[in-house]
Design a binder for this molecule. Structure first.
Ligand SMILES: Cc1ncc(COP(=O)(O)O)c(C=O)c1O
Length: 375
């Protein structure tokens, strides 16, 4: 039996460890641990990579979302539309800001926000006349960008902004444009397991809007105005550490190469398993950053147990949609969100990282096909 890691961060470290150590040493030498020169350098390079005018380093993907929501002045009495099938941080930022999340179902094919359900719920919310429709917050689940054209069409009908939760998709693209330039504001995460992952918490926000960027810069440091103790708005401590920026710089250098390696791994999985299990479908014009490789199977927990016995680790993102979570029950819609519910029972993520070799992909795929057939 093999002992396969779900994600192998050591392989990447072996590739660029001297560059990372050199960057860490430079920070120890200059000693500017808060907002040191590496933060500005990272922001410049992130913006250039994404094709966005502004990039700001922040303390996590969760704080990226909160900074964006606060900067847009979203709060009590405001509605923000968000997929029910997501990581808790997406809805959390909305509720922490005092606004109301409206859970939208996801599309069966992509597991991303369903623009048809979004349009229906936006219409219902507008007709009810209680909440002000302020923003749509699509999630690029597993690294695949959401359907931004269709979502933007609904958002603009109601004068709403689009805040992308791109925590999982940095390095992905849609219609030749990279993630970071697909929405009014884009929020990403540098959690270690993400496609661009640091050695701790971190994140970034992207926008082309000069005014919004300035407000987000202020919110990142307690709502500062012209001077350190000139506080002009409610803010946070949401800065990225200089050390984290230093570590991310050499990782950003190899991100494009790593995303293409992930794409090759995904293509290899698909070749081995197509027509035998439900493999992810990437619509034409989309490039996933492949944060996760997620198949769908019946008897998901049984399949996971059988795979574990073969040394193949798996993970479930996510077993329970947000409207079923105890803390969010007050926001549960009256009717069902059938696709989110079904996916919660069927999704299973397989090992995925840029350094997964073909022999292992073949071994894992064979084990998956057998485990799925062994019901
Ligand atoms: C979809 C999504 N949103 C937000 C986050 C939050 O990012 P962080 O862990 O950096 O706060 C994550 C991270 O797991 C995520 O997957």
């Amino acid at each position: 039996m093999k002992n396969i890691p779900f994600i192998d961060l050591a392989a990447q470290q072996a590739r660029i460890r001297p560059e990372i150590e050199q960057r860490i040493r430079a920070v120890l030498d200059h000693g500017q641990y808060i907002m040191g020169p590496e933060v500005a350098e990272l922001e410049r390079k992130l913006a250039a990579f994404a094709g966005a005018k502004h990039a700001l380093g922040v303390s996590s993907g969760t704080d990226a979302l909160l900074v964006a929501v606060m900067a847009l002045g979203i709060g009590r009495g405001d509605a923000v539309f968000v997929p029910a099938f997501t990581f808790p941080a997406t809805a959390e930022a909305i509720v922490v800001a005092g606004a109301t999340p409206i859970f939208v179902d996801v599309a069966e094919a992509t597991a991303n926000m369903d623009p048809v359900d979004l349009a229906r719920r936006a219409d219902e919310t507008a007709k009810a006349g209680v909440l002000k429709l302020r923003a749509v917050m699509p999630v690029d689940l597993y690294g695949l960008p959401a359907d931004y054209a269709a979502i933007r069409a609904v958002a603009s009908r109601y004068g709403m902004k689009v805040i992308a939760d791109a925590a999982q998709s940095f390095g992905g693209a849609l219609g030749g444009k990279r993630v970071g330039s697909l929405a009014d504001v884009t929020c990403t995460s540098f959690f270690p397991a993400k496609p661009l992952g640091g050695y701790g918490d971190g994140g970034a926000v992207f926008t082309d809007d000069d005014g919004l960027a300035a407000v987000m810069r202020s919110i990142r440091v307690h709502g500062q105005g012209g001077g350190k103790y000139d506080i002009v708005r409610l803010g946070l401590n949401a800065r990225i550490d200089t050390l984290q920026a230093a570590i991310l710089l050499p990782k950003l250098e190899i991100l494009a190469d790593e995303v293409s390696r992930r794409q090759a791994v995904a293509a290899s999985y698909a070749r081995h398993m197509q027509n035998r299990v439900e493999v992810p479908v990437i619509p034409s014009g989309y490039e996933s950053a492949w944060a996760q490789y997620t198949i769908r199977v019946d008897d998901r927990d049984g399949v996971a147990t059988r795979l574990k016995a073969q040394g193949v680790p798996t993970a479930v993102y996510y077993p329970k949609a947000m409207h079923h979570q105890e803390a969010y029950r007050a926001f549960a819609p009256k009717g069902a969100l059938p696709v989110s519910d079904r996916l919660g029972n069927r999704v299973l993520s397989l090992p995925m990282h840029p350094y997964l070799d073909d022999e292992l992909v073949a071994y894992i795929s064979k084990a998956v096909v057998e485990a799925a057939a062994a019901r």
